[in-house]
Design a protein around this ligand. Structure first.
Ligand SMILES: C[S@@+](CC[C@H](N)C(=O)[O-])C[C@H]1O[C@@H](n2cnc3c(N)ncnc32)[C@H](O)[C@@H]1O
Length: 745
């Protein structure tokens, strides 16, 4: 949004005495107002030769330097102007603007404050003071500044928007909706981009009040208002993660299609919204139901209704299906197509290729019948005849092409992506994995078993992540933990980072997308995972990450020390997680920060039931075993309704490696927050805060635990989790800080 700005020349009141220097100053103002910067500078310098400390002339010189983009010269001139005219509102306003552009926000606030006190009713100075305070993360003081600005000028769109943003930060989402709505009303109709941005803020605030559907509708309207604005599309995409209800109408479906094609959108964020949109289309649902029932011969029109559905195709190609009904129907349709193909050869290559890409993404986790396997063997027995590519594409719906041996030359365009996904990329990963140097040996018996699991099933198999928007470390940390006092922050803005148990690189990407970093060491036990990580990070153009194969438990002698250690979903897979935590905490620099993802015992209660069931029925951790238990859960074959929660869109249920991780892990420990508290204390780690996936839950916590210290009290969070078992989505996202002097062990 355009910032309020005072024209430099306006604040200069040249003397009416017609001395030579006053005349030169007068000329300078006129030239500046006419946009002639060089002539204006010449005239102002002439004035300064006669009166070197003339505050107006120095102010003008600063303004000219600013317009020419020379911040250093502008700052020097305006500092001198301020010394000459210490109570001049315009001079201090301009000076504040320069400090803000230089990132020296405290100084900017100081000068906006002087400007505001020097001129009564100076709404722009208060508004921009609010903006600088907002950038500093001082929400409450920013709210005060915006409110003062609004007393002077009630329809100030910038102040209203800033006020809304800070109210949102402070947890007053209803207040934020009101402020954003007023900002929207204050903006002129032709200011489309700013209107779209403020509208998006209305949408975000609505989502946080719990008005999900309205929020999405407004966000979609914002994206439609400025269709070329990537920022708004990304905002919408992130808000769609795991939603089950979406606004009606073809417009929303079109937005989803655009989002699937967007380079910076993580397509997994769109899966459940896409399923909801598909299920809201009666013709599609009817055709899919008939086709997947297998009870009638396939009708051409119904087949087209499904196989040419562009949203379904985009979804299948880009993100694992996370909707049980859709998965079962598509599994049945795949069976029908395979059985039919044996008879007729008539397969829609584009659709089957999309289905094969989906199968690869979900790692062939959908159920397969014996009948299909027989048909498939028959289909690929002779690849020389007509329909060879259709039959091969059908085969790729059951096993990846890298496991078949055939000549890929001369392949039609419809399968080019399939070749890349199923032949090219796995070969590249194998080559890259072989080159990763080892940093330690792996001898611990649990580590060996865990490694074997992830060599077979690298986790997670990701396609794209959100946008690259790294921010200085401390600033970004404050964004996530706004309650943190200055002395808890690490001493650097560009940390040396360790990703401990990086898996396939998704976590590494998330870290470097969020924080400016100096360099990163990413380690994992599994070479297959590291190969995937290396390929993906190379694809994303990342060059400052070193990958090494290592066991965390063998890093006790590493001399390197880190400002940030990020370890998500790793130490709970060790025989003794406390040992892993001890090693990680010793690798932190004093005051270094640890981010830890740990399983929650309370949230994972249904999993204990699933594991008991698996043990009772002696289901093995093989592809068939995993397919079997999934099918039982999806079709209601298990009696305990609590188990159905495992098949929610956010759950690790929808791909083979995720599902193995979820229900069949070779080693898994879970914790309560009270146990975490004791673990941290033993290693001299001070708990800094927790991330809560859903903002409305955070607001509820604050209502119940309003003291500032509650945010950093694991006991308070534990009490809250006991009342709201799903609040952390299964895994705690914990922030802590190294204070070895407090160690208990
Ligand atoms: C559930 S995956 C999580 C991957 C990644 N952190 C993420 O969130 O995307 C667990 C990873 O930790 C790795 N791991 C487990 N124990 C480890 C150990 N002792 N040393 C290094 N890596 C380990 C596994 O190989 C696996 O890649």
């Amino acid at each position: 949004m355009n910032k309020a700005r005072a024209p430099v020349a306006k604040s200069v009141r040249p003397s009416t005495k017609k001395s030579p220097s006053a005349k030169a100053l007068q000329t300078a103002v006129e030239e500046l107002n006419a946009g002639n910067l060089s002539q204006a500078e010449f005239a102002v310098r002439l004035a300064l030769t006669a009166r070197p400390d003339d505050g107006d002339a120095l102010n003008l010189l600063g303004g000219i330097a600013l317009r020419k983009g020379n911040l250093t010269e502008a700052l020097s001139a305006l500092e001198r102007a301020a010394a000459a005219k210490p109570r001049d509102a315009g001079v201090h306003f301009n000076l504040a603007g320069i400090y803000r552009r230089r990132g020296e926000l405290e100084k900017a606030v100081e000068h906006y404050d002087i400007a505001s006190r020097a001129r009564r009713g100076y709404a722009d100075a208060e508004t921009l003071k609010g903006e600088a305070l907002k950038e500093l993360g001082e929400w409450q003081r920013a709210i005060g500044a915006y409110q003062t600005a609004l007393q002077y000028s009630a329809k100030n769109a910038v102040a209203l928007n800033g006020l809304g943003q800070c109210l949102m930060r402070a947890g007053d989402h209803e207040g934020a909706v009101k402020a954003f709505t007023a900002s929207l009303e204050a903006l002129p109709p032709q200011d489309t981009l700013n209107r779209a941005r403020v509208l998006a803020n209305v949408g975000r605030a609505l989502l946080r009040t719990g008005a999900g559907l309205d929020g999405l509708r407004v966000l979609a309207d914002a994206a439609a208002l400025a269709p070329d604005n990537g920022e708004l599309l990304l905002l919408l995409a992130r808000s769609l993660r795991h939603v089950r209800v979406i606004p009606e109408g073809d417009g929303f479906r079109q937005v989803l299609l655009r989002l699937f094609e967007h380079e910076e959108v993580d397509p997994r964020d769109l899966a459940s919204a896409a399923a909801a949109a598909l299920k809201a289309d009666p013709a599609f649902v009817k055709s899919l139901r008939v086709l997947s029932s297998g009870s009638t011969p396939i009708e051409a029109q119904q087949l087209l209704e499904v196989t040419r559905n562009s949203l379904l195709l985009a979804h299948l190609r880009n993100a694992p299906v996370t909707d049980g009904q859709l998965e079962l129907a598509l599994t049945n349709l795949r069976r029908q197509l395979t059985l039919e193909a044996v008879k007729s050869n008539s397969v829609d290559l584009e659709f089957v290729s999309a289905l094969a890409r989906q199968a690869f993404l979900n790692e062939y986790v959908w159920g397969v019948t014996a009948e299909e396997e027989t048909a498939l063997t028959e289909l690929i027995a002779d690849l020389s005849a007509e329909g060879r590519w259709s039959r091969l594409a059908l085969a790729a719906c059951y096993t990846p092409w890298s496991e078949h041996h055939f000549e890929a030359r001369g392949a039609p365009a419809a399968v080019a992506e399939l070749i890349r996904q199923q032949i090219g990329e796995p070969a590249e990963e194998r080559a890259l994995a072989a080159e990763v140097p080892a940093l330690s040996s792996v001898t611990d018996s649990t580590s060996l078993r865990v490694r074997a699991q992830y060599e077979q099933n690298p986790y997670p198999r990701w396609v794209r992540v959100g946008p690259r928007a790294p921010r200085p470390f401390r600033r970004a940390l404050l964004d996530r933990l706004p309650h943190l006092a200055e002395h808890f922050l690490p001493p650097t803005d560009t940390p040396r980072v360790l990703i401990a148990g990086c898996g396939t690189g998704l976590e590494t990407m998330n870290v470097i997308n969020a924080f400016e970093v100096a360099s990163v060491l990413a380690i994992d036990l599994s070479r297959a995972s590291l190969g995937y990580a290396c390929r993906k990070l190379k694809e994303q153009g990342v060059t400052n990450v070193d990958h090494r194969q290592a066991d965390i438990l063998a890093l006790g002698h590493l001399e390197d020390r880190f400002d940030l250690i990020h370890s998500f979903g790793v130490i709970h897979h060790m025989a003794n997680p406390q040992r892993g935590l001890a090693i990680l905490s010793r690798l932190l620099k004093p005051g270094g920060i640890l981010f830890l993802g740990l399983y929650s015992k309370i949230a994972r209660r249904p999993l204990v039931k699933a594991r008991t069931l698996i043990a009772e029925r002696q289901i093995k951790a093989t592809k068939d075993g995993i397919r079997h238990i999934r099918r039982e859960i999806l079709t209601g074959g298990v009696e305990d309704p609590e188990l159905a929660i495992l098949a929610s869109p956010a759950s690790d249920f929808w791909t083979l490696s995720e599902c193995r991780d979820l229900m069949f892990h070779v080693e898994e420990h879970q914790f309560t927050l009270l146990e975490v508290e004791a673990m941290f204390a033993r290693e001299g780690l001070a708990f800094l805060g927790l991330e809560v996936p859903h903002a409305p839950d955070f607001t509820r916590f604050r209502l119940q635990f309003p003291e500032a210290s509650d945010l950093m009290a694991l006991k308070a969070w534990h009490a809250f989790e006991e009342q709201n078992p799903e609040v952390f989505g299964g895994t705690y996202r914990l922030w802590a800080r190294s204070c070895p002097e407090n160690s208990r062990s």
